[in-house]
Ligand binder design. Structure first.
Ligand code: Q46
Ligand code: ZN
Ligand code: ZN
Length: 317
């Protein structure tokens, strides 16, 4: 197969776009596409300061690489969750993110959850029994809170995450299966900021996972191959498997599902009211971040419960 642009041997074929390219042209095409998406969804401008949430995986490192190549002012944020899982997941991903930043002279901010709150995410999940011992619920809420706080405190205009099309479509499919209208209404390439909440964007939301993986590989980016050990058995992985089968039979099915959804939303499918994050918001009494829960936000409530439980385990009365 030949490259569409130069007739050299193609190294990567995208059936869904009927497009094959050589290494050089793929590495040129990919950031150009990202720039198109950034402009199309009005994500940010060159003068904006961007905080990229970096997990050490291929998507977030590829995103940071692309934004830097495009000339954006992008700094990274790594959140240490304290997950080992027999593969030193957090330690390895932190090392790879730091190595990536150092090699390119980029600035990586790091927040360690255990240093901040006194316990790792898996310990917190055990102590609170939130999510039946699976740390994903404590993990998700902690990441959202810390990302928002770091972006606001650092004076960033926007927080960018590396979610790709496969991620977005799996979430869309899951939320459609359960008709979670509130979540569907807020699923978007951009979520506007409001007082106390930073603007969030997903510049890779139209790239297939294998496209971001090919980019990372061809750019020689070293990233963590292991999934988080707690991801096993997640329904999103099952949905991804189903959707991969659909895509294999009908190339382009995922992209068209996602784009049709965005078009329907633009057409007013959910109405303006539901697009606000979490209904009526007020400031959390402890941290000041906006929350719809009475009194404290879920993050502060969860972590104060963790501290209480840890204390009563250490000093049983
Ligand atoms: S939520 Fe769950 Fe992920 Fe946190 S504990 Fe791992 S799998 S990292 S996106
Ligand atoms: Zn070429
Ligand atoms: Zn709070």
């Amino acid at each position: 197969m030949k490259c569409r642009k130069c007739s050299e041997k193609a190294v990567f074929n995208m059936r869904q776009h009927k497009l094959a390219m050589c290494r050089e042209h793929y590495l040129e095409w990919f950031p150009q596409q990202a720039q198109r998406f950034i402009e199309k969804y009005r994500m940010f401008d060159p003068q904006d300061r961007i905080l990229v949430a970096v997990s050490g995986g291929k998507d977030s490192l590829a995103l940071w690489d692309v934004l830097s190549r495009l000339g954006y002012q992008a700094e990274g944020l790594y959140i240490g969750l304290g997950i080992d899982g027999g593969v030193q997941y957090s330690a390895s991903s932190h090392r790879l993110a730091a190595q990536f930043a150092e090699a390119r002279g980029l600035h990586l901010h790091a927040v360690d959850v255990e240093t901040l709150e006194g316990a790792t995410v898996p310990t917190a999940a055990q102590l609170t029994r939130r999510g039946q011992g699976k740390p994903c619920s404590v993990c998700g809420l902690s990441k959202r809170h810390i990302m928002n706080q770091a972006a606001l405190e650092g004076g960033f205009d926007v927080l960018a995450t590396g979610h790709n099309l496969d991620d977005e479509v799996a979430v869309l499919f899951g939320n459609t299966m359960s008709w979670s209208v509130g979540y569907l209404a807020r699923q978007s390439p951009i979520l506007d900021g409001e007082p106390g909440l930073v603007r969030k964007v997903k510049p890779f939301c139209r790239f297939y996972e294998r496209e971001t993986a090919a980019y990372a590989l061809l750019r020689g980016i070293e990233y963590i191959y292991d999934e988080c050990p707690f991801a096993a058995g997640a329904s999103s992985l099952y949905h991804k498997e189903l959707l991969n089968r659909l895509e294999a039979d009908r190339p382009g099915a995922k992209l068209s599902f996602y784009l049709s959804f965005l078009r329907a939303k633009e057409g007013g499918l959910f109405g303006a009211e539901q697009e606000r994050e979490g209904g009526l918001l007020h400031a959390c009494l402890t941290c000041g971040q906006p929350t719809s829960a009475p009194g404290q936000c879920a993050y502060c409530r969860t972590w104060s419960q963790v501290r209480q439980r840890a204390e009563s385990t250490l000093n049983p009365s």
